[in-house]
Design a protein around this ligand. Sequence first.
Ligand code: MN
Length: 480
Amino acid sequence: MDADLKELLDNFKSYNPAQDTILIEKAYNFAKAAHEGQKRLTGEPFFIHAVAVAKIMLEHKLDVDTISAALLHDVVEDTPATVAEIEKNFNKDIAAMVAGLTKIDKLENTSADEETAENWRKMLIAVSHDMRIILIKLADRMHNMKTLDALPPPRQKEKALETLTLYAPLAQRLGMFSIKNELEDLSFKYLHPQEHKIVEDGVKRLEKDLDNKLAAFTKVLGGVLDKDQIPHKLLARVKNNFSIYRKMKKQNSGFDQIQDLLGVRIITDNKLDCYRALGALHANFKPVAGSFTDYIAMPKMNMYQSIHTTVFFEGALVEVQIRTEEMHRTCEYGIAAHWRYKLGSKADPHLDEKLNWIRQWIEWQRDLTAPREFLESFQTDINLSQIFVFTPKGDVKVLPERATPLDFAYLVHTEIGEHYSGALVNGKMVKMNSELKSGDICEIQTKKNAEPKAQWLEAAKTARARSKIKTYLRAKGVEF
Ligand code: MN
């Protein structure tokens, strides 16, 4: 067997030993034969690219279909092979993923700003039925960014800009943080070569110092947590180049003025211990005012959960993130965790819900009229495009901005949506189409004989509510 193929299979078996891998093997041989003789701009055989993309997907522990589709992702675009052929030789899911990726490639080849944005919207909507397509696309872009030297400089800048403004935020939305960081660092190098060199050299120069400081901090912190008998694992790192650069720009300062180059993660076993760890941390290290954010009580839409705080340590600042093992896994794998858990027995009951949120966010983009508005919504901080609304019992529901009480009702339960008769927001009656705000307490009133009407579609902003209403109207034969 081919050494590369063996490596792929061994890697897959390391996290999923029981699964049959025949499809991966077939995909490998099919793609290798199809790309035979083709070369990349780097001069290497083209097939190396397909294998590299599959390897990135393996790092995120994806399923057989995704690994196979990663190997096959360019065969329809770049060889005579067809989607029908892939469906015949493999399966429907793999064929649909390859078809989706081919479609993206076609849309991608434009550069005007408005068009790019519009294409992106189209692309996301077109492939949102299977997020694995987007994951493969991110891996594809990552490998292309790693081999960007082969392109002429103006094309390098163009690709890097697109990666920084579209692909990295997309990875962040999907909770794929390691891919996001790597895409940012790779883009940074081509977009701002001089600044990149300053940061890279600076980090290299301080490497020893920074490592010593991290070691000293984790030693003291470990002792503090031991004393309070808080179970923990500590992960320490120097921040990535792009986030250092971003800080420099934000503070309008040079590399030498940046104090918070260090990051430490405390991984503990449950939510309560996260807060105990926070208590121990703040009792022993002075926190920086205003640096504390609790994404455990208020999780982000991209599934991110952690407590963030920054503390002083020997004249430096250390950003500390506190999370449980489970939150950490979700942070590491993002939505990829969905397919991983599906394979095993320990399914995360919240993951489907979280995934629906991303789908819904993508669907939400349908309502934005101008491509530029879409682009803005895409690039703004994830926190800005979602709101937290409470049920009268205090449960928190996450909705996109501009969502209405009707959306809220459908989110709580389809039955409640379908029998909607009114809503109280913070104790006051409001219209069905009024916009909810973060922190609102929303109480839905229902009536037995209330039912969805065509006008409800004007008040419903979320994909979930809209599709439920349409299904109901269709069943009743109502025109809309
Ligand atoms: Mn490719």
